[in-house]
Design a protein. Structure first.
Length: 135
């Protein structure tokens, strides 16, 4: 038995003339919001709000950044803004100046002492995650 394999699976189907279904929904949604604003608000205020909404809906439908749809850029921006961030940096060892008072000469200052924590497993997994991201 032979089966036909679809050829262009990355290309979305054009359903409404030259528009895909997503583009059509973005444009109809933007036009609906603009119409509601035009009906509810006075003309001057409506125009001030209609222009950004119309531009945003046009950008959602047609604008691409680095061959990615505008909606994915908006989603990434919202995720970056709303989610927590983990800042990782490499600590540069400071040059030792004069020895501090009360420190014995035979003990190096960079000697690391074991830390006490509630959960050694949690601390170990966090340090492994940080070391993997740094390298």
């Amino acid at each position: 038995m032979q089966f036909q394999v679809p050829q262009f699976i990355e290309v979305e189907d054009r359903i409404f003339g030259p528009l895909t279904f997503k583009q059509f929904i973005y444009l109809v949604g933007g036009a609906g919001i603009c119409f509601v604003l035009y009906i509810i608000l006075p003309f001057f205020f409506a125009v001030l709000l209609i222009i950004p909404f119309a531009g945003f809906s046009l950008a959602l439908a047609f604008y691409k950044i680095n061959n990615r749809p505008f909606i994915s850029v908006v989603e990434s921006a919202l995720n970056y803004t709303l989610k927590g961030k983990l800042y990782v940096w490499k600590k540069v060892a400071a040059k030792p100046s004069a020895q501090k008072k009360g420190v014995a000469k035979g003990v190096p200052q960079s000697l690391e002492l074991p830390k006490l924590s509630d959960s050694k497993l949690k601390e170990l997994s966090w340090s492994l995650d940080v070391h993997q991201n740094v390298q």
